[in-house]
Design a protein around this ligand. Structure first.
Ligand SMILES: *[C@@H]1O[C@H](CO)[C@@H](O)[C@H](O)[C@H]1NC(C)=O
Ligand SMILES: *[C@@H]1O[C@H](CO)[C@@H](O)[C@H](O)[C@H]1NC(C)=O
Length: 470
């Protein structure tokens, strides 16, 4: 940016060199004042008007998204923090004291706000004109058979040839239990479900495309193990659909990735093997296929303290030796990667089990890094919503065919009391405008475009997006 403020050389002309020193000084002062004003403006945006400013950024491309309702849902404020000493002296409070505790408490009087009941379900078979094609984040979502969609921790593959979206995710339609006293809530491995859709709203159940194993105790997919975050990409060279997933034992000590392949998007997938990529523990993960056909694995490692990223082999059935550690010491999981105009972006969550936490957006010029953290991408709703990723955790970011720079952010609102009743939070994500956390060395001038995820109680995709598809 320095060049922009360099004193024009014509000033040297008549005034001569005696004058030039004071001109330089005044120019420097001017620069500092401008920087200061910029900072002030910037800070004010962050506190108050930021949402409005950013809303204008890229939404002109998707006018339909501008018209949707803003957050109107009210959550009572937390009932105040207790100091650790107060907690020691007094008996444990019976009522939850924070919104997160309220969210996790299956007897909370506010539970219907987080998990609205079936009467409000999105049902494509019983749609009224008012609700046709509207997304309602957090509501129950039914497939074309009228059953709640079971595709948790999922991802979507668009198959151009078939003009169809395929949504893969965990089938958690079994009882929730704790394997032992200290274990997290779990559901036995049932398998990976697949749903197909032309419009991203009406989903047909294509069944279990990779089934859990009922009897064989040594099999990776044995029901008492863990299968999470399945993602599918298509290999143009081998003509195979390749699924990667997190494979673990009930205590999360196996920490591996599993790989399965299929001839068709709807399976059945053949399970091949699991491995620890690059010899490291691997838990939450995703895969990303770049424009040039290169694919990458991104996984939480070193006990979730950092992420690792590395290219897959040409057949997508393994990793190469190349690997970079990124976001070291930042303790991030649930990575969702996407690309726009040559820049790579990632959304991650913190590590707090089934409890929601704050999302962060990251950006990089090269997929192998360095990656920079840009701050919380969540916008709108209220403060608590923004600080809990709308009570959800990232799982995937889907580019919208036909609207460059617009994406759908897909997240899971986990329900640890009844995991099968976990909800989907899908929201519009756009790239554009100023980053809200200035990076080091940039004098508060953002180097990256802002990634924004807008809260909407109700929203729909632009009309006409599906004209040639429905
Ligand atoms: C059980 O699974 C293991 C590992 O996949 C396999 O090697 C073994 O053949 C299986 N046993 C049976 C009886 O299918
Ligand atoms: C998991 O940990 C519990 C408690 O430490 C132990 O009893 C159990 O055998 C472990 N299970 C596996 C599959 O390692």
């Amino acid at each position: 940016m320095g060049n922009k403020y360099r004193k024009p050389t014509t000033l040297h002309g008549d005034a001569g060199s005696r004058c030039s020193l004071s001109v330089v000084v005044w120019c420097l002062v001017g620069c500092v004042v401008m920087l200061h004003f910029y900072s002030l403006l910037f800070d004010r945006n962050e506190v108050g008007g930021g949402i409005q400013v950013r809303l204008n950024s890229r939404l002109s491309l998707t006018r339909e998204l501008e018209k949707i309702e803003e957050e109107s849902f009210f959550i009572p404020p937390p009932r105040g923090k207790r100091s650790p000493r107060a907690v020691k002296r007094k008996p444990k409070p019976k009522r939850p004291t924070t919104i997160i505790e309220e969210f996790l408490d299956e007897n909370s009087q506010f539970r219907h706000l987080f998990f609205p009941d079936r009467s409000t379900a999105i049902d494509p078979m019983k749609m009224t004109e008012n609700d046709d094609l509207y997304f309602y984040p957090g509501r129950m979502w039914l497939d074309t058979n009228g059953d709640p969609i079971q595709a948790h921790g999922g991802g979507i593959l668009y198959v151009e040839r078939l003009k169809t979206y395929y949504w893969y995710g965990e089938n958690k339609d079994g009882p929730t239990y704790h394997a032992h006293k200290r274990a997290a809530a779990r559901v036995d491995v049932i398998g990976v479900n697949c749903y197909s859709s032309k419009d991203l709203w009406t989903w047909k159940n294509e069944g279990i495309v990779l089934a859990g194993e009922q009897a064989n105790l040594t099999h990776d997919l044995y029901k008492l193990n863990v299968l999470e975050r399945p993602k599918v990409i298509y290999n143009d060279k081998t003509g195979k659909y390749v699924m990667w997933m997190h494979i673990d034992d009930a205590n999360y000590t196996k920490a591996s990735v599993g790989i399965a392949i299929s001839e068709t998007p709807t399976g059945p997938f053949e399970y091949l093997y699991s491995k620890q990529p690059h010899g490291f523990d691997s838990r939450d993960m995703t895969i990303f296929k770049d424009d040039n056909g290169m694919a990458y694995l991104i996984y939480s490692s070193e006990d979730n303290s950092e992420l690792h990223i590395g290219p897959l082999t040409a057949d997508y059935l393994g990793v190469t030796h190349e690997m970079r550690r990124i976001m070291v010491g930042q303790h991030r999981e649930a990575p969702a990667l996407f690309k726009y105009q040559g820049t790579y972006y990632m959304i991650t969550s913190g590590c707090s089990g089934w409890a929601p936490n704050e999302a962060l957006a990251h950006a990089a010029e090269s997929i192998m890094g360095p990656w920079e953290t840009m701050g919380n991408p969540c916008i709108g709703g209220n403060r608590i919503f923004r600080h809990t990723t709308f009570f959800a955790q990232s799982t995937f970011v889907l580019p919208l065919q036909g609207i460059p720079g617009s994406f759908i952010f897909m997240a899971d609102r986990w329900n640890p009391a009844e995991l099968r009743d976990s909800r989907y939070v899908w929201l519009p994500l756009t790239i554009g405008g100023a980053a809200d956390k200035p990076l080091e060395y940039n004098f508060r001038f953002p180097l990256w475009s802002r990634v924004s995820i807008y809260w909407h109680r109700k929203w729909r995709l632009p009309d006409g997006l599906w004209i040639d598809q429905r």
